[in-house]
Design a protein around this ligand. Structure first.
Ligand SMILES: C[S@@+](CC[C@H](N)C(=O)[O-])C[C@H]1O[C@@H](n2cnc3c(N)ncnc32)[C@H](O)[C@@H]1O
Length: 313
């Protein structure tokens, strides 16, 4: 299958907004190439500094690449994207040079394009995420290793929202808990919950590609006796209450089902939400409180927020 790669040369300031526009326009994946990445010092678990190839990065600014299926209404979609990006200046966002280029790529090329940026990374007190194609030896005995091949599903495990969700799960999942993971993507949060001792995890996603990727990753991490992956829309098909529910989707979606989440979280249980950009924090907090949750903690990483809320006893 052919895909169209849309490259936008923009600024650091605009990168989240541009990525959101691309996601909303139906892009099946976004790759960010930041000129600053080249000068950042990176040290892996063993103290080795690894080098990146300068040819993969822009000289200045940030290139955001999105992949659109050739079957979509490409010309219209590209025009809408250009317009939405140009409109960002009305919100005082500097969009820099805003050079937009298009090229055609094979599925195989984009499915593997991001692999060069993806290495083992310790993302919390206990979790290290290891791509399936990398060798890794645990540093300590209580380290929990999640092996992942996200394929075309969201969830390399290293996005700030995923990292915050895993950190939150580390604190709230207890032995034998029942957990629900809404929008499981690569399955990373469900696998994490199972490794933390959950006795059953119900993972679901609207995207069939994610369902397949999550099932493969669940098997790879040998938690298939605990995690079951389903195709489904939000909590529509979930009947069993859970001790912990996690949803790393978008703020706009989270606010639409806080009542359903309240009904499915057991009294005293926890609801972890993320996928929330800083500007939407209060809107999500209000929706959660209106449904009856008590906000326990708000985590922040870069411009992203995760909220830990509890259903009172
Ligand atoms: C930001 S990704 C999070 C993936 C993963 N949980 C993580 O933390 O890395 C959001 C996921 O939610 C899924 N999603 C979006 N809308 C949904 C809906 N209405 N019902 C179920 N899943 C949905 C998307 O397909 C995507 O896989």
């Amino acid at each position: 299958m052919k895909w169209t790669e849309l490259s936008i040369l923009t600024t650091n300031e605009a990168v989240e907004a541009v990525s959101n526009i691309l996601h909303e326009a139906g892009a099946s994946g976004v790759v960010i190439e930041d000129s600053k990445e080249l000068t950042k010092e990176r040290i892996d678990q063993f103290g080795e500094i690894y080098a990146l190839n300068p040819d993969d990065f822009p000289k200045n600014g940030v290139v955001v690449k999105a992949y659109l299926s050739a079957t979509s209404f490409l010309a219209e979609t590209v025009e809408e994207i250009k317009l939405a990006i140009a409109n960002l200046v009305n919100f005082d966002i500097n969009i820099g040079e805003n050079i937009v280029t298009l090229c055609e790529v094979d599925e195989e090329d984009w499915a593997t394009a991001w692999k060069q940026y993806y290495h083992p990374v310790k993302i919390s007190e206990r979790f290290t995420i290891v791509p399936t194609w990398e060798e890794y030896t645990p540093v300590s005995t209580d380290e929990l290793i999640i092996e992942l091949d996200p394929g075309m599903a969201f969830g390399t495990g290293t996005h700030p929202t995923t990292v915050m969700c895993l950190q939150a799960l580390e604190n709230v999942v207890s032995e034998n808990d029942a957990v629900i993971d809404v929008g499981t993507g690569s399955g990373v949060l469900s696998i994490g919950a199972a490794m933390l001792g959950a006795k059953q995890v119900h993972a679901l996603d609207l995207d069939e590609v994610a369902v397949t990727a999550a099932r493969e990753n669940v098997e790879l991490n040998k938690v298939d006796g605990i995690v079951q992956v389903f195709h489904g829309n939000l909590l529509d098909t979930v009947k069993e209450p859970a001790d912990v529910v996690v949803a790393n989707i978008l703020a706009e979606i989270i606010v639409t089902f806080t009542d359903d989440a309240y009904s499915i979280v057991k009294p005293g249980g926890v609801y972890v939400t993320s996928g929330i950009i800083g500007a939407k924090k209060d809107e999500v907090k209000e929706a959660l409180e209106k449904s009856g949750f008590t906000i326990e903690e708000v985590l922040m990483m870069e411009d992203w927020v995760a909220i830990i809320a509890r259903r009172p006893q």
